[in-house]
Design a protein around this ligand. Structure first.
Ligand SMILES: [Zn+2]
Length: 535
Protein backbone atom coordinates (compact mmCIF):
# COMPACT_ATOMS: atom_id res chain seq x y z
CA UNK A 1 0.00 0.00 0.00
CA UNK A 2 1.51 3.35 -1.03
CA UNK A 3 0.57 6.74 0.28
CA UNK A 4 1.75 10.31 0.27
CA UNK A 5 3.83 11.98 2.95
CA UNK A 6 1.76 12.65 6.07
CA UNK A 7 2.85 14.50 9.21
CA UNK A 8 0.99 14.46 12.54
CA UNK A 9 2.16 17.10 15.03
CA UNK A 10 1.07 19.22 17.96
CA UNK A 11 0.21 16.57 20.54
CA UNK A 12 1.50 13.54 22.42
CA UNK A 13 2.56 10.66 20.16
CA UNK A 14 2.61 7.40 22.15
CA UNK A 15 5.28 5.47 20.26
CA UNK A 16 5.29 2.55 22.70
CA UNK A 17 5.06 1.88 26.43
CA UNK A 18 8.60 3.26 26.82
CA UNK A 19 8.76 6.04 24.24
CA UNK A 20 6.87 9.27 23.47
CA UNK A 21 7.44 11.92 20.87
CA UNK A 22 5.81 15.13 19.67
CA UNK A 23 5.34 14.49 15.96
CA UNK A 24 5.29 11.64 13.47
CA UNK A 25 5.90 11.46 9.71
CA UNK A 26 4.95 8.60 7.39
CA UNK A 27 5.63 7.97 3.73
CA UNK A 28 4.55 5.04 1.56
CA UNK A 29 2.80 3.45 4.49
CA UNK A 30 5.72 3.50 6.92
CA UNK A 31 6.85 5.67 9.82
CA UNK A 32 9.92 7.62 8.65
CA UNK A 33 10.54 10.30 11.30
CA UNK A 34 9.77 11.42 14.86
CA UNK A 35 9.79 14.77 16.66
CA UNK A 36 11.69 17.69 15.11
CA UNK A 37 12.74 15.58 12.13
CA UNK A 38 9.07 14.94 11.37
CA UNK A 39 8.16 18.61 11.87
CA UNK A 40 10.91 19.56 9.38
CA UNK A 41 9.00 17.56 6.72
CA UNK A 42 5.77 19.55 7.09
CA UNK A 43 6.60 21.82 4.12
CA UNK A 44 6.75 18.79 1.78
CA UNK A 45 3.80 16.92 3.28
CA UNK A 46 0.61 16.30 1.31
CA UNK A 47 -1.32 15.85 4.55
CA UNK A 48 -0.60 17.67 7.77
CA UNK A 49 -2.68 16.67 10.79
CA UNK A 50 -2.76 18.99 13.80
CA UNK A 51 -3.20 16.79 16.86
CA UNK A 52 -4.27 19.83 18.89
CA UNK A 53 -3.09 18.21 22.09
CA UNK A 54 -4.87 14.90 21.40
CA UNK A 55 -3.03 11.57 21.67
CA UNK A 56 -1.81 9.67 18.61
CA UNK A 57 -1.50 5.90 19.20
CA UNK A 58 -0.40 2.87 17.19
CA UNK A 59 -3.42 1.13 15.62
CA UNK A 60 -4.96 -1.40 17.99
CA UNK A 61 -4.55 -5.12 17.37
CA UNK A 62 -7.53 -7.20 18.47
CA UNK A 63 -6.08 -10.52 19.63
CA UNK A 64 -9.36 -12.45 19.62
CA UNK A 65 -12.44 -11.47 17.65
CA UNK A 66 -15.03 -12.78 15.21
CA UNK A 67 -15.33 -9.89 12.75
CA UNK A 68 -17.47 -11.75 10.21
CA UNK A 69 -19.91 -12.88 12.92
CA UNK A 70 -20.06 -9.24 14.02
CA UNK A 71 -20.93 -8.17 10.51
CA UNK A 72 -23.44 -10.99 10.10
CA UNK A 73 -25.41 -9.74 13.13
CA UNK A 74 -26.53 -6.80 10.99
CA UNK A 75 -28.27 -9.20 8.54
CA UNK A 76 -30.78 -10.60 11.02
CA UNK A 77 -33.26 -9.64 13.75
CA UNK A 78 -31.77 -6.99 16.06
CA UNK A 79 -30.87 -8.77 19.30
CA UNK A 80 -28.73 -6.20 21.10
CA UNK A 81 -29.67 -3.67 23.74
CA UNK A 82 -32.92 -5.24 24.97
CA UNK A 83 -33.13 -5.02 28.73
CA UNK A 84 -36.10 -7.34 29.32
CA UNK A 85 -37.29 -10.64 27.89
CA UNK A 86 -40.48 -8.88 26.71
CA UNK A 87 -38.48 -6.33 24.69
CA UNK A 88 -36.38 -9.09 23.16
CA UNK A 89 -39.46 -11.10 22.16
CA UNK A 90 -41.11 -7.98 20.74
CA UNK A 91 -38.03 -7.37 18.55
CA UNK A 92 -38.11 -10.94 17.22
CA UNK A 93 -41.85 -10.67 16.51
CA UNK A 94 -41.46 -7.33 14.71
CA UNK A 95 -38.62 -8.69 12.55
CA UNK A 96 -40.63 -11.83 11.71
CA UNK A 97 -43.74 -9.77 10.87
CA UNK A 98 -41.71 -7.32 8.75
CA UNK A 99 -39.99 -10.17 6.85
CA UNK A 100 -42.71 -12.67 5.94
CA UNK A 101 -40.59 -14.05 3.07
CA UNK A 102 -37.73 -15.12 5.41
CA UNK A 103 -38.12 -18.88 5.84
CA UNK A 104 -36.00 -19.14 9.01
CA UNK A 105 -36.04 -16.24 11.46
CA UNK A 106 -32.49 -15.73 12.70
CA UNK A 107 -30.89 -13.46 15.27
CA UNK A 108 -27.42 -13.29 16.84
CA UNK A 109 -26.46 -11.71 20.15
CA UNK A 110 -29.29 -11.92 22.70
CA UNK A 111 -28.45 -11.36 26.36
CA UNK A 112 -28.48 -14.77 28.15
CA UNK A 113 -28.90 -13.14 31.56
CA UNK A 114 -32.52 -12.19 30.70
CA UNK A 115 -33.80 -15.64 31.82
CA UNK A 116 -32.97 -17.52 35.03
CA UNK A 117 -29.75 -19.58 34.58
CA UNK A 118 -29.77 -18.51 30.93
CA UNK A 119 -32.50 -21.10 30.17
CA UNK A 120 -35.00 -19.89 27.56
CA UNK A 121 -38.08 -21.89 26.51
CA UNK A 122 -39.08 -22.70 22.92
CA UNK A 123 -42.69 -22.05 23.91
CA UNK A 124 -41.98 -18.34 24.40
CA UNK A 125 -40.93 -18.13 20.74
CA UNK A 126 -43.75 -20.44 19.57
CA UNK A 127 -46.22 -17.91 21.00
CA UNK A 128 -44.93 -15.14 18.70
CA UNK A 129 -43.66 -17.10 15.64
CA UNK A 130 -45.48 -20.43 15.41
CA UNK A 131 -45.21 -20.95 11.64
CA UNK A 132 -41.44 -20.89 10.91
CA UNK A 133 -38.22 -21.96 12.63
CA UNK A 134 -36.68 -19.29 14.89
CA UNK A 135 -32.95 -19.72 15.58
CA UNK A 136 -31.35 -17.20 17.95
CA UNK A 137 -27.83 -17.29 19.34
CA UNK A 138 -26.74 -15.64 22.58
CA UNK A 139 -24.10 -12.93 22.73
CA UNK A 140 -21.73 -15.55 24.18
CA UNK A 141 -21.96 -17.45 20.85
CA UNK A 142 -21.93 -20.68 22.86
CA UNK A 143 -25.68 -20.91 23.43
CA UNK A 144 -28.73 -20.93 21.16
CA UNK A 145 -32.45 -20.47 21.81
CA UNK A 146 -34.83 -21.94 19.26
CA UNK A 147 -38.55 -22.58 18.81
CA UNK A 148 -40.36 -25.88 18.28
CA UNK A 149 -40.25 -25.61 14.46
CA UNK A 150 -36.45 -25.30 14.67
CA UNK A 151 -36.18 -28.32 16.98
CA UNK A 152 -38.28 -30.24 14.41
CA UNK A 153 -36.00 -29.05 11.59
CA UNK A 154 -33.09 -30.84 13.27
CA UNK A 155 -35.24 -33.73 14.57
CA UNK A 156 -34.33 -32.93 18.19
CA UNK A 157 -36.77 -34.77 20.48
CA UNK A 158 -36.91 -36.15 24.01
CA UNK A 159 -35.11 -39.27 22.78
CA UNK A 160 -32.19 -37.49 21.06
CA UNK A 161 -28.99 -38.56 22.86
CA UNK A 162 -27.03 -35.78 24.62
CA UNK A 163 -23.99 -34.81 22.54
CA UNK A 164 -20.60 -35.28 24.24
CA UNK A 165 -19.59 -31.70 23.37
CA UNK A 166 -22.83 -29.91 24.15
CA UNK A 167 -26.08 -29.98 26.08
CA UNK A 168 -29.70 -30.13 24.95
CA UNK A 169 -31.39 -28.48 27.94
CA UNK A 170 -34.46 -30.43 29.02
CA UNK A 171 -37.66 -29.45 30.81
CA UNK A 172 -38.56 -31.37 34.00
CA UNK A 173 -40.75 -33.66 31.83
CA UNK A 174 -37.73 -34.62 29.68
CA UNK A 175 -38.70 -32.70 26.53
CA UNK A 176 -36.15 -30.36 24.89
CA UNK A 177 -36.62 -26.89 26.35
CA UNK A 178 -35.27 -24.88 23.43
CA UNK A 179 -31.92 -23.82 24.93
CA UNK A 180 -28.95 -25.56 23.31
CA UNK A 181 -25.45 -25.26 24.78
CA UNK A 182 -22.24 -25.45 22.75
CA UNK A 183 -21.69 -26.42 19.12
CA UNK A 184 -22.38 -30.11 19.74
CA UNK A 185 -26.01 -29.18 20.47
CA UNK A 186 -26.90 -26.13 18.36
CA UNK A 187 -24.70 -27.30 15.49
CA UNK A 188 -27.46 -29.82 14.75
CA UNK A 189 -29.61 -26.86 13.69
CA UNK A 190 -26.94 -24.50 12.34
CA UNK A 191 -25.73 -27.10 9.85
CA UNK A 192 -29.21 -26.97 8.28
CA UNK A 193 -29.05 -23.20 7.62
CA UNK A 194 -28.43 -21.81 4.14
CA UNK A 195 -24.95 -20.39 3.47
CA UNK A 196 -24.78 -16.62 3.04
CA UNK A 197 -25.36 -15.08 -0.37
CA UNK A 198 -22.50 -13.07 -1.82
CA UNK A 199 -24.42 -9.84 -1.18
CA UNK A 200 -24.79 -10.85 2.46
CA UNK A 201 -21.06 -11.60 2.66
CA UNK A 202 -20.19 -8.12 1.42
CA UNK A 203 -22.64 -6.51 3.82
CA UNK A 204 -21.08 -8.45 6.70
CA UNK A 205 -17.48 -7.62 5.86
CA UNK A 206 -18.33 -3.95 5.27
CA UNK A 207 -20.10 -3.75 8.63
CA UNK A 208 -17.06 -5.34 10.31
CA UNK A 209 -14.69 -2.88 8.64
CA UNK A 210 -16.86 0.07 9.65
CA UNK A 211 -16.95 -1.09 13.27
CA UNK A 212 -13.20 -1.67 13.54
CA UNK A 213 -12.15 1.49 11.67
CA UNK A 214 -14.33 3.58 14.01
CA UNK A 215 -12.74 1.81 17.01
CA UNK A 216 -9.15 2.32 15.79
CA UNK A 217 -8.50 -1.38 15.17
CA UNK A 218 -6.06 -2.05 12.31
CA UNK A 219 -5.40 -5.78 12.86
CA UNK A 220 -7.55 -8.60 14.19
CA UNK A 221 -7.27 -12.29 14.95
CA UNK A 222 -10.37 -14.02 13.59
CA UNK A 223 -10.58 -16.80 16.14
CA UNK A 224 -13.03 -19.14 14.39
CA UNK A 225 -12.88 -19.67 10.65
CA UNK A 226 -14.64 -22.35 8.66
CA UNK A 227 -14.70 -22.52 4.84
CA UNK A 228 -17.79 -20.31 4.47
CA UNK A 229 -16.22 -17.57 6.62
CA UNK A 230 -13.00 -17.81 4.60
CA UNK A 231 -14.98 -17.12 1.41
CA UNK A 232 -16.38 -14.00 3.05
CA UNK A 233 -12.90 -12.77 3.99
CA UNK A 234 -11.45 -13.37 0.54
CA UNK A 235 -14.42 -11.72 -1.18
CA UNK A 236 -14.11 -8.68 1.09
CA UNK A 237 -10.35 -8.34 0.55
CA UNK A 238 -10.66 -8.66 -3.22
CA UNK A 239 -13.44 -6.06 -3.33
CA UNK A 240 -11.30 -3.58 -1.37
CA UNK A 241 -13.84 -3.54 1.47
CA UNK A 242 -11.35 -4.22 4.29
CA UNK A 243 -10.02 -1.39 6.45
CA UNK A 244 -7.96 -3.66 8.71
CA UNK A 245 -5.71 -6.69 8.33
CA UNK A 246 -6.55 -10.06 9.81
CA UNK A 247 -5.12 -13.45 10.63
CA UNK A 248 -7.51 -16.38 10.26
CA UNK A 249 -7.65 -19.31 12.67
CA UNK A 250 -9.04 -22.56 11.29
CA UNK A 251 -11.39 -24.40 13.62
CA UNK A 252 -10.16 -27.82 14.78
CA UNK A 253 -12.92 -30.06 16.10
CA UNK A 254 -12.74 -32.96 18.57
CA UNK A 255 -13.70 -36.61 18.24
CA UNK A 256 -11.24 -37.16 15.44
CA UNK A 257 -12.83 -34.63 13.07
CA UNK A 258 -9.59 -32.57 13.16
CA UNK A 259 -7.74 -35.44 11.47
CA UNK A 260 -9.90 -34.98 8.36
CA UNK A 261 -9.78 -31.17 8.33
CA UNK A 262 -6.06 -30.69 9.05
CA UNK A 263 -5.03 -31.34 5.41
CA UNK A 264 -7.69 -28.85 4.23
CA UNK A 265 -6.13 -26.10 6.37
CA UNK A 266 -3.05 -26.13 4.12
CA UNK A 267 -5.18 -25.79 1.00
CA UNK A 268 -7.27 -22.97 2.47
CA UNK A 269 -4.12 -21.23 3.74
CA UNK A 270 -2.62 -21.37 0.24
CA UNK A 271 -5.77 -19.78 -1.19
CA UNK A 272 -5.68 -16.95 1.35
CA UNK A 273 -1.98 -16.34 0.67
CA UNK A 274 -2.56 -16.30 -3.09
CA UNK A 275 -5.77 -14.28 -3.21
CA UNK A 276 -5.51 -11.75 -0.38
CA UNK A 277 -1.82 -11.37 0.53
CA UNK A 278 -2.03 -7.67 1.47
CA UNK A 279 -4.75 -8.09 4.05
CA UNK A 280 -4.91 -11.68 5.27
CA UNK A 281 -2.72 -14.36 6.79
CA UNK A 282 -3.97 -17.78 7.86
CA UNK A 283 -1.37 -19.44 10.05
CA UNK A 284 -3.38 -20.33 13.14
CA UNK A 285 -5.55 -23.20 14.36
CA UNK A 286 -8.26 -22.65 16.96
CA UNK A 287 -9.39 -25.12 19.61
CA UNK A 288 -12.24 -24.79 22.10
CA UNK A 289 -10.85 -26.54 25.20
CA UNK A 290 -14.15 -25.89 27.00
CA UNK A 291 -17.24 -23.68 27.06
CA UNK A 292 -18.15 -20.68 29.21
CA UNK A 293 -18.59 -20.13 32.94
CA UNK A 294 -21.87 -18.20 32.68
CA UNK A 295 -23.41 -21.18 30.85
CA UNK A 296 -21.88 -23.75 33.23
CA UNK A 297 -20.01 -25.33 30.30
CA UNK A 298 -16.46 -24.17 31.12
CA UNK A 299 -14.46 -27.13 32.48
CA UNK A 300 -13.68 -26.59 36.17
CA UNK A 301 -11.54 -28.57 38.64
CA UNK A 302 -14.17 -28.45 41.42
CA UNK A 303 -17.94 -28.76 40.92
CA UNK A 304 -20.03 -25.70 40.15
CA UNK A 305 -21.85 -24.42 43.24
CA UNK A 306 -25.32 -24.51 41.70
CA UNK A 307 -25.19 -27.99 40.17
CA UNK A 308 -22.86 -30.88 40.94
CA UNK A 309 -20.85 -31.14 37.74
CA UNK A 310 -17.57 -29.91 36.32
CA UNK A 311 -18.73 -28.49 32.97
CA UNK A 312 -17.92 -29.70 29.46
CA UNK A 313 -14.33 -30.19 28.32
CA UNK A 314 -15.03 -30.30 24.58
CA UNK A 315 -11.85 -32.32 24.13
CA UNK A 316 -10.50 -35.11 26.29
CA UNK A 317 -7.10 -34.09 27.65
CA UNK A 318 -5.44 -36.87 25.62
CA UNK A 319 -7.02 -35.90 22.31
CA UNK A 320 -6.30 -32.19 22.84
CA UNK A 321 -2.65 -33.02 23.52
CA UNK A 322 -2.45 -35.12 20.38
CA UNK A 323 -4.22 -32.59 18.15
CA UNK A 324 -2.22 -29.57 19.36
CA UNK A 325 1.01 -31.48 18.75
CA UNK A 326 -0.20 -32.33 15.23
CA UNK A 327 -1.03 -28.74 14.27
CA UNK A 328 2.25 -27.50 15.74
CA UNK A 329 4.09 -30.12 13.67
CA UNK A 330 2.20 -28.87 10.61
CA UNK A 331 3.54 -25.35 11.21
CA UNK A 332 0.49 -23.66 12.74
CA UNK A 333 0.15 -21.37 15.74
CA UNK A 334 -2.17 -22.94 18.35
CA UNK A 335 -4.88 -20.62 19.71
CA UNK A 336 -6.85 -22.37 22.44
CA UNK A 337 -10.06 -21.00 23.95
CA UNK A 338 -9.78 -22.03 27.62
CA UNK A 339 -11.91 -20.49 30.37
CA UNK A 340 -12.36 -22.84 33.34
CA UNK A 341 -9.39 -23.90 35.48
CA UNK A 342 -9.62 -27.49 34.17
CA UNK A 343 -9.86 -26.30 30.54
CA UNK A 344 -6.84 -24.04 31.05
CA UNK A 345 -4.85 -26.86 32.67
CA UNK A 346 -5.59 -29.13 29.68
CA UNK A 347 -4.55 -26.34 27.31
CA UNK A 348 -1.29 -25.77 29.19
CA UNK A 349 -0.63 -29.52 29.22
CA UNK A 350 -1.12 -29.59 25.45
CA UNK A 351 1.28 -26.66 24.96
CA UNK A 352 3.83 -28.29 27.29
CA UNK A 353 3.70 -31.55 25.35
CA UNK A 354 3.98 -29.80 21.98
CA UNK A 355 7.04 -27.92 23.22
CA UNK A 356 8.58 -31.15 24.48
CA UNK A 357 7.98 -32.94 21.20
CA UNK A 358 8.75 -30.15 18.73
CA UNK A 359 10.87 -27.63 20.64
CA UNK A 360 9.56 -24.59 18.81
CA UNK A 361 5.95 -23.48 18.89
CA UNK A 362 4.84 -20.37 17.00
CA UNK A 363 3.53 -17.91 19.63
CA UNK A 364 1.08 -20.23 21.45
CA UNK A 365 -2.05 -18.45 22.75
CA UNK A 366 -4.53 -19.32 25.47
CA UNK A 367 -7.55 -17.10 24.88
CA UNK A 368 -9.74 -15.71 27.67
CA UNK A 369 -7.61 -17.20 30.52
CA UNK A 370 -10.53 -16.50 32.81
CA UNK A 371 -10.22 -18.82 35.84
CA UNK A 372 -6.67 -20.10 36.32
CA UNK A 373 -5.75 -22.47 39.14
CA UNK A 374 -3.01 -20.79 41.24
CA UNK A 375 -0.70 -23.75 40.57
CA UNK A 376 -0.93 -23.06 36.83
CA UNK A 377 -0.15 -19.32 36.93
CA UNK A 378 3.65 -19.75 36.62
CA UNK A 379 3.26 -22.19 33.73
CA UNK A 380 2.28 -19.43 31.29
CA UNK A 381 5.74 -17.86 31.57
CA UNK A 382 7.57 -21.19 31.88
CA UNK A 383 5.96 -22.45 28.67
CA UNK A 384 6.13 -19.01 26.97
CA UNK A 385 2.38 -19.11 26.40
CA UNK A 386 0.67 -15.79 25.58
CA UNK A 387 -2.25 -15.06 27.89
CA UNK A 388 -4.98 -13.37 25.87
CA UNK A 389 -7.62 -11.46 27.85
CA UNK A 390 -10.80 -9.64 26.90
CA UNK A 391 -10.35 -6.84 29.44
CA UNK A 392 -13.92 -5.54 29.12
CA UNK A 393 -15.05 -8.69 30.94
CA UNK A 394 -13.05 -7.91 34.10
CA UNK A 395 -15.89 -5.99 35.74
CA UNK A 396 -18.88 -6.92 37.90
CA UNK A 397 -21.40 -6.58 35.08
CA UNK A 398 -24.71 -8.46 34.85
CA UNK A 399 -23.36 -11.76 33.52
CA UNK A 400 -20.87 -11.93 36.41
CA UNK A 401 -23.35 -10.98 39.14
CA UNK A 402 -26.37 -12.90 37.78
CA UNK A 403 -24.78 -15.95 36.13
CA UNK A 404 -21.04 -16.52 36.71
CA UNK A 405 -20.30 -15.74 40.37
CA UNK A 406 -23.35 -17.68 41.65
CA UNK A 407 -22.03 -20.70 39.74
CA UNK A 408 -18.43 -20.28 41.01
CA UNK A 409 -18.91 -18.93 44.52
CA UNK A 410 -17.13 -15.86 45.88
CA UNK A 411 -13.62 -17.31 46.29
CA UNK A 412 -13.28 -18.70 42.79
CA UNK A 413 -15.25 -15.77 41.40
CA UNK A 414 -12.66 -13.31 42.67
CA UNK A 415 -9.80 -15.23 41.06
CA UNK A 416 -11.00 -14.39 37.54
CA UNK A 417 -8.83 -12.45 35.08
CA UNK A 418 -5.50 -12.28 36.99
CA UNK A 419 -4.02 -9.83 34.50
CA UNK A 420 -1.57 -7.96 36.74
CA UNK A 421 -0.36 -11.18 38.40
CA UNK A 422 0.52 -12.70 35.04
CA UNK A 423 1.97 -9.55 33.46
CA UNK A 424 4.16 -8.74 36.46
CA UNK A 425 5.48 -12.30 36.55
CA UNK A 426 6.78 -11.81 33.00
CA UNK A 427 4.00 -13.52 31.05
CA UNK A 428 3.38 -12.24 27.54
CA UNK A 429 -0.10 -10.75 27.35
CA UNK A 430 -2.42 -9.66 24.54
CA UNK A 431 -5.84 -8.04 24.61
CA UNK A 432 -8.88 -8.62 22.46
CA UNK A 433 -12.60 -7.90 22.33
CA UNK A 434 -14.19 -11.20 21.30
CA UNK A 435 -16.51 -8.92 19.27
CA UNK A 436 -19.42 -9.41 18.68
CA UNK A 437 -19.59 -11.19 22.03
CA UNK A 438 -18.76 -7.77 23.50
CA UNK A 439 -17.91 -4.29 22.20
CA UNK A 440 -15.13 -4.01 19.59
CA UNK A 441 -13.91 -0.70 21.07
CA UNK A 442 -10.45 -1.17 22.66
CA UNK A 443 -10.69 1.93 24.86
CA UNK A 444 -13.72 0.43 26.62
CA UNK A 445 -11.70 -2.66 27.55
CA UNK A 446 -8.66 -0.60 28.48
CA UNK A 447 -10.85 1.55 30.74
CA UNK A 448 -11.95 -1.60 32.59
CA UNK A 449 -8.42 -3.05 32.78
CA UNK A 450 -7.19 0.04 34.63
CA UNK A 451 -10.17 0.36 37.02
CA UNK A 452 -11.90 -3.04 37.21
CA UNK A 453 -15.06 -1.01 37.70
CA UNK A 454 -18.40 -0.82 35.92
CA UNK A 455 -19.46 2.32 34.04
CA UNK A 456 -21.08 3.41 37.28
CA UNK A 457 -17.71 3.22 39.06
CA UNK A 458 -18.53 0.09 41.07
CA UNK A 459 -17.12 -1.31 43.21
CA UNK A 460 -15.52 1.93 44.44
CA UNK A 461 -12.08 0.39 44.98
CA UNK A 462 -12.30 -1.84 41.88
CA UNK A 463 -13.01 -5.59 41.65
CA UNK A 464 -9.82 -7.17 43.07
CA UNK A 465 -7.93 -3.88 42.75
CA UNK A 466 -4.51 -5.57 42.87
CA UNK A 467 -5.23 -6.89 39.36
CA UNK A 468 -5.63 -3.41 37.85
CA UNK A 469 -3.11 -2.43 35.17
CA UNK A 470 -1.62 0.97 34.43
CA UNK A 471 -2.86 2.78 31.33
CA UNK A 472 0.47 2.19 29.58
CA UNK A 473 0.39 -1.53 30.40
CA UNK A 474 -3.13 -1.83 29.03
CA UNK A 475 -2.34 0.15 25.86
CA UNK A 476 0.70 -2.03 25.33
CA UNK A 477 -1.32 -5.24 25.63
CA UNK A 478 -3.68 -3.96 22.91
CA UNK A 479 -0.82 -2.93 20.57
CA UNK A 480 2.64 -4.45 21.13
CA UNK A 481 1.19 -7.46 22.95
CA UNK A 482 -1.05 -8.36 20.05
CA UNK A 483 1.81 -7.85 17.57
CA UNK A 484 3.82 -10.40 19.57
CA UNK A 485 0.88 -12.81 19.31
CA UNK A 486 0.71 -12.15 15.55
CA UNK A 487 4.45 -12.73 15.15
CA UNK A 488 4.59 -9.32 13.43
CA UNK A 489 6.52 -7.08 15.84
CA UNK A 490 8.80 -6.19 12.91
CA UNK A 491 5.74 -4.70 11.12
CA UNK A 492 3.45 -3.09 13.71
CA UNK A 493 2.54 -2.82 17.39
CA UNK A 494 4.40 0.47 18.01
CA UNK A 495 5.29 3.61 16.05
CA UNK A 496 9.07 3.22 15.85
CA UNK A 497 10.82 4.23 12.61
CA UNK A 498 10.19 1.68 9.86
CA UNK A 499 6.94 0.33 11.29
CA UNK A 500 3.65 0.48 9.40
CA UNK A 501 1.86 3.79 9.66
CA UNK A 502 -1.16 2.16 11.31
CA UNK A 503 -2.18 4.98 13.63
CA UNK A 504 -5.21 6.17 15.54
CA UNK A 505 -6.02 9.69 16.71
CA UNK A 506 -7.97 9.91 19.97
CA UNK A 507 -10.31 12.79 20.88
CA UNK A 508 -8.23 13.98 23.86
CA UNK A 509 -4.92 13.53 25.69
CA UNK A 510 -5.73 10.11 27.10
CA UNK A 511 -3.18 10.41 29.91
CA UNK A 512 -4.92 13.55 31.18
CA UNK A 513 -8.39 12.07 31.81
CA UNK A 514 -9.71 10.35 34.94
CA UNK A 515 -9.35 6.53 34.86
CA UNK A 516 -13.13 6.02 34.81
CA UNK A 517 -13.41 8.35 31.79
CA UNK A 518 -10.85 6.44 29.70
CA UNK A 519 -13.50 4.02 28.39
CA UNK A 520 -15.42 6.98 26.94
CA UNK A 521 -12.48 8.40 24.97
CA UNK A 522 -13.38 8.48 21.28
CA UNK A 523 -11.48 7.86 18.06
CA UNK A 524 -11.44 10.73 15.54
CA UNK A 525 -9.14 9.25 12.90
CA UNK A 526 -7.73 5.88 11.85
CA UNK A 527 -5.00 5.31 9.25
CA UNK A 528 -4.03 1.93 7.81
CA UNK A 529 -0.58 1.98 6.23
CA UNK A 530 -0.76 5.79 6.10
CA UNK A 531 -4.14 5.78 4.33
CA UNK A 532 -7.02 7.31 6.22
CA UNK A 533 -9.81 4.77 6.71
CA UNK A 534 -11.88 6.58 9.33
CA UNK A 535 -12.67 10.18 10.30
ZN1 LIG B 1 -14.22 -16.03 20.79
Amino acid sequence: MRSRLTVWHGGPVWVSKDERTTALAARDGKVIAHGDEAIALIADAADVIDLAGRTLLPGFGDGHAHPVFGGIETLFAPMRGHETLEDLLAAVKKYADDNPHVSIVRGEGYDPSLAPRGEFDAAWLDAIVPDRPVVLRAMDYHTAWVNTKALELASITATTPQPSDGEITLRPDGTPMGTLREWGAWGLIYEKLEPLTSAQRMQAITAASDAFAAAGVTWAQDAWVEPDIMETWIAGAKAGALTFRANLAWLAEPEGKWRETLPTFDRMRARVDAEAPDFLTAGTVKFFADGILEGGTAAVLEDYCDCPNKGIPNWTREELIEAVAAVVAAGYQPHIHAIGDAGIRNALDAMENARKVHGEIINPVIAHSQLIDPADLPRFKELDVIANFEPLWAQLANEQVVLTIPRLGEDRGNRQYPMATLLHSGTKMSFGSDWPVTSPVPMEGIGVAITRQTDAGLPAEGWVPSERLTLDEALSAYTAGTAVQAGETHLWGDLRIGKRADVVLMDCDIHAVEPLAVRKVGVVGTWLGGVRVFG
